[in-house]
Design a protein. Structure first.
Lengths: 80, 257
């Protein structure tokens, strides 16, 4: 039997299977690995490590990409 | 005019108008405004991917990184640690080593925290980043930024999004005389004349977002800004006449009745 893990992705709780990698998570979220950055427990991952890094219970994953912005952008609060 | 290229850290830029990509109605408008502006450098921010709604379109599907230089910023960062973290994330997301570095001091003015800016710039330059710092109109800070290895400086004209135009033209002029790297006037431009003026003073480029995106007709303003920056640059190169208190006739007196 495969165990389920609880992780946090972009601040939200999420379940994933034990043994799954960061690459698996990205595919599950339908995120193409091009032009995203992934931080695993505050460590920025190399793209080539996405398939090598296994997720563990309690891991905090941040997935970031580019959005429209001048300054202080993204939330509509202000740009330059 | 296109022989008059801007070169920063060995990279050549055709356009002296750089634009931000925030605050537009949608991506189609963003793309159109950028196209019309003629800008070849566009700034973007780094944020969490929306994982709950994957139907959302991606900005870089609309702005081709092969056609434009994508300049990620560290907008919204108030500490050295945050700014460095966002710069590293931007690089990891795979565009380039370029970063428009912002370390903001306060939410009301969005003025740069220049002490933090210098500290963050040092860290990033050591890591191989090409740091373009968003800074105050302070010549001493500009010089320090250049001394630590910034290949250009980006002093503000006025607070971000304020549209006040150039608040301190004399400081900008001193910066232009003090440092030997390109000066990109960043933030605070309100309308075309502000951009033209910045270029007439001798700025090497102007970066703006709100002045275009916030205009009633952003596409028309994008076009106005293109001409303003171009005209200002031409006027600067042409060399303006000195200001004098009294008139000088332009028609000869000789031959009059």
């Amino acid at each position: 039997m495969v165990d389920a893990l609880q992780i946090q992705v972009n601040g939200q709780p999420r379940d994933c299977w034990s043994g799954s990698t960061v690459g698996d998570l990205l595919r599950e979220l339908e995120i193409t690995t091009e032009r995203v950055a992934v931080e695993l427990n505050l460590e920025i991952l190399d793209r080539k490590d996405f398939e090598l890094r296994n997720l563990k219970q309690g891991d905090r994953v941040e997935i970031l990409s580019f959005i429209g912005g001048g300054s202080l952008a993204g939330d509509g609060k202000g740009t330059n | 005019m296109y022989d008059d290229r801007l070169v920063i850290a060995g990279r050549e830029f055709k356009s002296r108008l750089w634009v931000g990509t925030g605050k537009y109605k949608d991506f189609a408008e963003t793309r159109k405004a950028i196209e019309v502006s003629g800008a070849d450098v566009v700034t973007v921010a780094v944020r969490r991917v929306n994982i709950t709604d994957r139907s959302k379109e991606n900005l870089l599907d609309f702005i081709d990184p092969k056609k434009y230089t994508i300049l990620p910023n560290t907008a919204g960062c108030y500490t050295v640690e945050d700014a460095v973290r966002y710069a590293r994330l931007a690089r990891a997301a795979g565009v380039s080593d370029l970063v428009k570095l912002e370390v903001l001091g306060d939410e009301k003015t969005l003025f740069p925290d220049t002490a933090g800016l210098i500290e963050a710039a040092k860290i990033l330059i050591k890591e191989g980043f090409i740091v373009l710092p968003y800074t105050n109109d302070d010549p001493i800070v500009a010089k320090k930024l250049v001394d630590i290895g910034c290949p250009a400086v980006m002093p503000l004209a006025a607070p971000i999004g304020s549209g006040l135009g150039i608040r301190n033209p004399y400081n900008l002029k001193i910066i232009m005389e003090t440092v030997k790297v390109p000066i990109i006037v960043d933030a605070g431009v309100g309308t075309a004349s502000d951009a033209a003026l910045a270029m007439e003073y001798g700025a090497d480029a102007v970066l703006m977002n709100t002045a275009i995106a916030g205009a009633k007709d952003p596409i028309a303003m994008a076009e106005a800004m293109k001409y303003a920056v171009h005209a200002g640059r031409l006027a600067y190169k042409a060399g303006r006449i000195p200001r004098k208190l009294y008139a000088t006739a332009s028609s000869p007196i000789e031959g009059m009745l």
